[in-house]
Design a protein around this ligand. Structure first.
Ligand code: NAP
Length: 281
């Protein structure tokens, strides 16, 4: 039986790159999107073809759902239950930039509310739903961590045992980098970065590992509007690795986690940013 991954915002950009890498590993996929059905359909077809080239047979299904809306989050989980019956990996990837980059002193409350709803509330409550299902799936009751034994022997928790379910959240270097022309985005990503320590702490005893991937400047539609600005910044040394990141760069990090490369790590932040986060002198 193939592992099943649900990736939010997988019709385009980074989410699509993640889906393609998971397809190579032989994961069945739920490709979530907000409105672009044609792009989602293309990602589905490309994932199935990419898996085939890698010698795997997978199923992929597209599911429209706005992650900022409660009924849509519930629909996304029940769609996954109906189509695949299980969930091994949730990737919280969907996110938006402000429609207009406005100075901190002028930016609107409307834009702030939109970004908090999509970039923070959506992944927070989708993770809550997915985690409950993952726990039920493993046949456990929704016990608190305190009710569980504090220490599990190495033999009981063999690192080669069947893969633990996982949750990965795609945040951003904007979680700690101030951009005064998109404060709402920075605040949303800083808030999102608390999701991983919270759920990692709560879910470890239930056998679920939780990670954050923090991309830097990645070539997608989101950064298309500021391509020239970032071309220049990168050429001027913004990142030690002097190139744009790609959706594949992020996808490969997700694939490493999905392949159980980090069985004894949870709550970890993995920077996929060309070294942007390094302080240099
Ligand atoms: P993108 O190219 O604009 O793609 C956004 C994806 O999210 C699309 O699949 C879109 O679906 C989906 N989406 C948007 N709003 C949604 C909603 N309310 N519910 C469900 N899906 C929704 O963006 P990207 O650059 O790939 O960014 C992906 C994630 O990486 C975001 O969280 C972003 O903040 C983060 N990130 C990006 C960069 C970068 O440089 N690009 C850097 C750091 C972090 P439709 O196709 O249907 O519109």
């Amino acid at each position: 039986m193939n592992p099943v991954s649900l990736i939010t915002g997988a019709s385009r950009g980074i989410g699509r790159g993640i889906a393609l890498e998971l397809a190579k590993l032989g994961h069945d996929l739920v490709i979530n999107y907000a409105g672009n059905a044609e792009a989602a359909r293309k990602t589905v077809d490309d994932c199935v073809a990419t898996a085939r080239t890698a010698g795997k047979t997978i199923r992929a299904e597209a599911c429209q759902a706005d992650i900022s809306v409660g009924v849509d989050r519930a629909k996304l989980i029940s769609f996954t239950q109906e189509k695949f019956g299980r969930l091994d990996l949730l990737v919280n990837n969907a996110g938006v930039a402000p429609t207009v980059r406005a100075d901190l002193l002028d930016a609107s409350e409307e834009s702030f509310d939109r970004l908090i709803a999509i970039n923070v509330k959506g992944p927070y409550f989708l993770t809550q739903l997915a985690a409950k299902w993952m726990i039920e799936q493993s046949g456990e009751r929704l016990s608190s961590a305190a009710a569980r034994p504090a220490v599990v022997s190495a033999a009981a928790e063999d690192s080669r045992a069947p893969s633990r379910p996982k949750i990965i959240t795609i945040s951003s270097v904007s979680a700690y980098t101030a951009s005064t022309n998109r404060g709402d985005y920075c605040v949303s990503k800083a808030a999102l970065s608390m999701l991983t320590p919270l759920f990692a702490s709560r879910l470890a005893a239930n056998g679920i590992n939780v990670y954050e991937i923090r991309p830097g400047v990645i070539a997608t539609d989101m950064t298309g509007a500021v391509k020239e600005k970032y071309d220049k910044l990168i050429a001027d040394g913004l990142t030690p690795i002097q190139r744009w990141g790609t959706p594949e760069d992020v996808g490969r990090a997700v694939a490493a986690i999905a392949s159980d490369a980090f069985p004894f790590s949870t709550g970890e932040v993995i920077n996929v940013d060309g070294g942007f986060h390094l302080r240099r002198l």
